[in-house]
Design a protein around this ligand. Structure first.
Ligand code: AMP
Ligand code: DBH
Length: 544
């Protein structure tokens, strides 16, 4: 095939990535078919909550049947489907059905609420929305009813529960398989969510070719093969447990996926023991909880070979405790749904594993560390991380204005991360330049929360910043200037207001401070640096 431009990659790069063998010309739908043909009897997905243990043949057949049923309901190639399922086997049934149809899953997180879901359905002009019934004490059927009434494109709501609450049960969708036109390897496979820095989340368009590369490239680095058992402890839709190497890595390798309904040790440890889990991924706060719990020695965790920790910076002190406490190899992973993923290698010296966030998957991941003017800093100095490569997007979905600032003219993604590079090419994350809070791996765009705060009738101005936290790394602090003559409001009322607007719980500020005015920078912008320092000093004062 002659190379044309693909999803923003200029033709010369398409050519290069294909020639180098990174883009293999596979699709996820075909990949599953091949695994089912090669070893259909092996277990693909284990869902302890429902007791489901699906073989590759069963997952393959279910994906076909689900694709046929969705197709009969008018879901077509290119259509967007907002998927908000927790860690249940149906997640994979629906995802692979959509992959086969060429329809695009939009990966919402279970924590998302009305504000996020309404936006996602609206912006992507979704034709369908897939939800659990009641999960974690929240009734998704009600949310779906409200969103469906407001978003005209949304023709279907499918509920993965015997009581669909007036919607269609997901279990009723599957139909006798029909021939379907297959998507091409360079077609979009799905839209992933960015933690973002802007008022609304940005969507990340990933193709089969590029994502499959990030998956098999990760498998090679993390030693994932057909004997691997991957425990999905984080929300399945998140990019880290999905692809680094994640559930899709395990399925690509012909291994097994075990879905943990909860990431807490009480749930995860018995699963590790029972299923012989070999590899899993955690965000730093969870890794701390696991380290604590493992010391009690109540479960046999000896099958665990690799623990991946990423999503936020893992402290060196905690990293040093992984091997002695859990008896497995730590791999730090510094990744992003936009693409670039870095891992410490299995054979890296322990010092490198505990003090760096790894190096890129691909020899063709281009890394630049630059100053404020986009000039390369001297080797080893700290600067802004820019990247370009065979699985890093060249632009967000339908966001030309934002793309003009989030990417350089020659296609490098401005990660917003501040890093330094060691002589071995490993990256150390030193900080962040983007206006985002990283709450234990959950990313929160300050502007998004500020916009919701500004909708409160008593709020004149709002600035959202991070505050240090021993457990989560960072928490969210909102500074508020009230309108003159506004009735007094209490922090709790502000939080209630945000909850009622349907903002996901993890974005609701942990602390709210009222202020007469905001400190300004030299050019008159709100100085978030001063606000961060102020709240940090206050917290310090409170503990001494
Ligand atoms: P997103 O773009 O929403 O997928 O979030 C990716 C961002 O998470 C990165 O750009 C980093 O800011 C942060 N991140 C991910 N892994 C790590 C890590 N191991 N250490 C520090 N920050 C991380
Ligand atoms: O934080 C992330 O988004 C992330 C972390 C580790 C990620 O997307 C990944 C690995 O692939």
């Amino acid at each position: 095939m002659t190379a044309g431009a693909v999803q923003g990659w200029p033709a010369e790069y398409v050519e290069r990535y294909r020639r180098a063998g990174y883009w293999r010309g596979e699709t996820f739908g075909r990949m599953l078919r091949e695994r089912a043909e090669d070893h259909g009897g092996r277990t693909a997905v284990v869902d302890p909550a429902s007791g489901a243990r699906w073989s590759y043949a069963e997952l393959d057949a279910r994906a076909d049947a689900m694709a046929a049923g969705l197709s009969a309901r008018g879901v077509c190639a290119g259509d967007r489907v907002v998927l908000q399922l927790p860690n249940v086997a149906e997640f994979f049934e629906v995802v692979f059905a959509l992959f086969r149809l060429g329809a695009l899953p939009v990966f919402a997180l279970p924590a998302h609420r009305y504000a996020e879901i309404r936006y996602l359905c609206d912006f992507t002009e979704a034709v369908a929305y897939v939800v659990p019934g009641v999960h974690g004490g929240f009734d998704y059927r009600e949310l779906a009813g409200r969103v469906r009434a407001e978003v005209p494109t949304l023709r279907h709501v499918f509920v993965a529960d015997p009581d669909p609450g007036g919607h269609e049960p997901l279990a009723g969708v599957p139909a006798a398989p029909v021939p379907l036109a297959e998507p091409a390897p360079h077609d979009l496979a799905f839209l992933q969510l960015s933690g973002g820095t802007t008022g609304v989340p940005k969507l990340i368009p990933r193709t089969h070719d590029d994502y499959i590369y990030s998956v098999w490239g990760s498998n090679e680095i993390c030693g994932v093969d057909e004997h691997s058992v991957y425990l999905c402890a984080l929300p399945a839709a998140h990019n880290f447990p999905l692809s680094s190497p994640g559930t899709l890595g395990a399925l690509y390798a012909g291994g097994r996926v075990v879905l943990a309904p909860q990431p807490a040790p009480e749930t995860a440890f018995p699963l590790i023991e029972r299923e012989g889990v070999t590899i899993t991924g955690l965000v730093p706060p969870l890794a701390l909880v696991w380290l604590e719990a493992a010391q009690r020695g109540e479960h046999d965790l000896s099958s665990l070979e690799v623990l991946l920790v990423g999503g936020a910076k893992f402290s060196e002190e905690a990293a040093r405790r992984v091997r002695p406490t859990l008896g497995c190899t730590l791999q730090q992973v510094f990744g992003m749904a936009e693409g670039l993923v870095n891992y410490t290698r299995l054979d890296d010296p322990e010092e490198t594993v505990v003090t760096t966030q790894g190096r890129p998957v691909s020899p063709d991941d281009e890394i630049r560390v630059v100053d404020e003017d986009d000039h390369d800093v001297p080797e080893g100095a700290t600067g802004h991380l820019l990247t370009r490569g065979p699985y890093t997007i060249r632009g967000y979905w339908r966001a030309p204005e934002h793309n003009a600032v989030a990417f350089t003219e020659d296609g490098f993604y401005r990660t917003g991360d501040v890093v330094r590079r060691t002589p071995t090419g490993h990256l150390v994350v030193e900080g962040r330049a983007k206006d985002q809070i990283n709450r234990g791996g959950e990313k929160i765009a300050a502007e998004e929360v500020e916009n919701h705060l500004l909708a409160h009738p008593s709020v004149h101005d709002a600035a959202v910043v991070s505050m240090p936290d021993g457990y989560l790394g960072e928490r969210v602090c909102a500074y508020i200037v009230l309108r003159r003559n506004a009735a007094p409001v209490k922090p709790l009322q502000v939080k209630k207001f945000l909850r009622e607007r349907g903002l996901a719980a993890y974005k609701i500020p942990d602390r709210i401070e009222f202020s007469e005015a905001f400190p300004a920078t030299g050019i008159g912008k709100v100085s978030k640096r001063d606000l961060r320092a102020a709240v940090a000093a206050q917290l310090q004062g409170a503990t001494t």
